[in-house]
Each structure stands twice: as C-alpha cells, then as structure tokens.
Write a protein that binds this ligand. Structure first.
Ligand code: GMT
Length: 387
C-alpha cells in the first residue's frame, strides 16, 4: 500500500476551522496522518472544531488577526502567508497541504516564494473541495488568481472526478489533477444502539428523515421540507435538521406555513451527528451543487440510504437504486416518491446494507495512504528539480 509508511513527514495543513466539509476533511486527514506517525502542523485562525484533544504528533499554530485604522478588515491572506513562512522555517516542514483554494492557495504561493529567498523550497499541495471552483472560484473577481494559483501549486487534488472535470472546463488549466475522494472514520461513523433516542423522537413509530448541512442556499433546504411534507401526508414521519446557517430563518418560517413544526426539529450544530444518523431511516441531500457530499457519506456509514440530486460528485457516491435514489435538482415530487420506495419495509434493510458497503470504499484507512503516496510523489518531483 504506502511506500511512505516508514518515512515520517512534517506536514503543514491549512484549512477553514469552521463547520463545513473542507475543514472536516482537512482536520480528519491531519488526525489520521498523525496516527500514522507524521508530525502535523495545523495553521489557521482558530482551533478546528474537531481538533479538541491532545496528540503528541499534532501542533496548532494560530494566525492572529491584526487591525489598523486604514484596514476595513484584517488582511488574512498576508497574515496567513507570514505565519506559513514562520512555521515552515522554524518547524522545518517538508510539505504544505492547503484545503480550499481561496485564499489558501494564493497565501501558500506567496509563502513559497518568500521561502525561496531563504534558500528553502516548500512544495505546496492544493486540494479543491467544490465551492472554491463551482461557485466562488469561477466568479470573475476571483478567477484570475484561482487559475494562477492552481497552476503554481506543486500538486493539485480534487475530491471527485466531477470536480476535476469541472475545474478543467471552468479554468484554463493544463495541470494534472489527482482525484482523492472524501473519506470516513468507520470506527466513529457506525450505527449505534440509540433506540431510546428514536423512541423520544418518534413515539408513535413514525419514520425518521434526516438532513445535515450548513443551511446555505446551495443546499436547497426548502426542498428537504417539500419532500418531507409530501412524505408525511402518506405515512407518519418526523424530520431532524442538523446544522445551522443563513437559510435557517426562512426554513423555520416554511415549517410554520406548512404547519409542520411539531414534526420537525432543528438540532443546530451538533458534534455527535453519528448518534442522530444511527436512528435515521433516510438521509435527504437535495443540493444544487455538491462536489462530493461528505454528509451523505456519513449517513451511509451509519447504514442510512440517501435521496439526493444527481449533480456534481453525488453519482460517484450514491448509486441509483442501490444505496438510494438520485433525481434532477428541484424534482421534489420524484424525490418524495423515491423516499417512500426506500421506506418500504421489504426494501429498506437491503438499501441499508448497500449504503454501508458503499461507505466502506471510502474508509479513511484506504484514503489516507493515497494522500501519503501523493505527498511522496510531489516531494520526489520537487527534490529532483531543486537539486
Ligand atoms: O458545502 C459544504 O458543506 C461546505 C463545503 C466546504 O468547502 O467546506 O463542502 C465542500 O467540500 C466537501 C469536502 O470536500 C464536499 O464533501 C462537499 O460536497 C463540498 N460542497 C459543495 O460542493 C457544495
């Protein structure tokens, strides 16, 4: 598997520390690499929320915000680049892995150029996560910098084949992009016996639908409610909404309009999402765009089949008629019909088994060595041209 297993590396990881797929993937990757003996240095503006424990192989470096009367906001990219220079020099890092192109890839480029003047070449790997390409990155106000920085990175990975394709079609990029998908810690995300919780939520034996997201427009949470509303008119049902974000007030107001407040619970930014997934029957992901769909993978690992749209990387994860069903964006009638198909007592157990089998293909134990191997290739390539 990994030729690098015995080669311990000093790796810098830069990510968004907030709730959100890219930060979760970056943090979980750092933890897995630390478990495999590498020294991992996280560089960001606050402690990543899944990094709340001690590990002898993990160090956290905070980028301190600075203000000055002339600045409207803190110049984060410059502060981050300066911190990267400092950490690379003093901790003798061998590779920098930045997650989400904006602004991490450009800050890393700046840091790498500064370090050259100190006689140090630090290879930079950029992982594209999705909205950095599909929404924000393609905006003309960002596109020239994103294109340049992707080119300048020593290595580029994307979390799905579809994101790789979209990157090539959106930007003028000739560089090789390696696809390394999202992954899951199967020791944490597994179906747990939480029947007491299920009884509390579904006292009359109702079916239970779950949605997890950051409640941004792109997640189309209003479609979750539309699907749920159609399902509950056929079969008694409850809905749990995990997460929070800008669309929440609108979603709360829809709940009132459709008189569903007693059947829907908002759980907020819950850390132990696997406990909720353990009692769910179906997971709903009607996103407008989704480069991979980490939240759906978490559900599948807990044996919950998925109703999703057929956009982006979702067809690489959710297999039509096997682990759930896929529909065009906004096709809420079809998604509601398919939810009812999944809930059929004779069908659901097999869908649950299939979902788990599919999740196993994205086991962190398989994907972490793929990143190690990729780092090794990039280090070899960079060492040969630096020599
Ligand atoms: O959309 C989110 O949930 C957040 C976003 C992020 O960048 O933090 O997630 C993106 O990256 C995840 C991890 O690689 C992917 O699993 C998500 O599909 C992707 N989101 C979108 O493409 C909308």
């Amino acid at each position: 598997m990994s030729k690098t297993k015995s080669l311990r590396m000093k790796i810098g990881i830069v990510c968004y520390p907030t709730y959100g797929g890219s930060g979760v993937v970056a943090t979980e990757l750092g933890k897995a690499l630390a478990d495999r003996g590498h020294q991992v240095h996280f560089i960001t503006y606050s402690q990543p929320h899944r990094l709340d424990f001690f590990s002898e192989n993990i160090v956290y470096h905070e980028v301190t915000m600075k203000s000055y009367p002339l600045f409207e906001s803190s110049p984060y990219e410059i502060l981050l680049a300066s911190k990267m220079v400092d950490v690379v020099r003093h901790e003798k890092l061998e590779i920098l892995h930045v997650h989400y192109a904006i602004p991490h890839a450009s800050a890393a480029f700046m840091a790498r150029e500064i370090l050259k003047s100190h006689g140090i070449y630090i290879p930079v790997v950029t992982t594209l996560h999705g909205t950095d390409i599909t929404l924000v990155g393609k905006d003309p106000s960002f596109a020239p910098v994103v294109t340049f920085c992707i080119h300048q990175s020593d290595g580029v990975t994307a979390v799905s084949e579809d994101l790789k394709k979209e990157t090539y079609s959106t930007f003028d990029i000739q560089k090789d992009i390696e696809v390394i998908p999202n992954f899951i810690d199967l020791a944490r995300f597994k179906k747990q016996p939480k029947e007491h919780f299920r009884k509390a939520i579904c006292p009359q034996g109702e079916v239970l639908l779950v949605h997890t997201s950051n409640f941004r427009k792109v997640k189309r949470v209003e479609d979750v409610l539309a699907i749920f509303d159609k399902v509950r008119h056929t079969i008694p049902a409850k809905l749990l909404l995990v997460g929070d974000g800008p669309e929440r007030p609108k979603i709360e107001s829809i709940c009132r309009d459709i008189h569903a407040c007693d059947d829907i619970r908002f759980l907020g930014k819950l850390d132990a999402v696997e406990e909720v997934l353990s009692v769910a029957d179906v997971f709903l992901m009607p996103s407008e765009k989704e480069s991979f769909g980490l939240a759906a993978l978490e559900a599948m690992a807990c044996e919950v089949p998925v109703i999703s749209t057929n956009v982006g990387g979702l067809p690489e994860l959710n297999i039509q008629g096997v682990t759930g069903f896929l529909s065009p964006v906004g096709a809420v009638d079809e998604m509601a019909q398919n939810t009812l198909r999944l809930l059929d007592k004779d069908q659901l157990p097999q869908f649950r088994k299939n979902a788990l089998a599919q999740a196993k293909k994205f086991d962190a134990k398989v994907i972490t060595p793929a990143y190690e191997e990729y780092y090794r290739q990039i280090l070899e390539k960079c060492h040969s041209f630096v020599k």
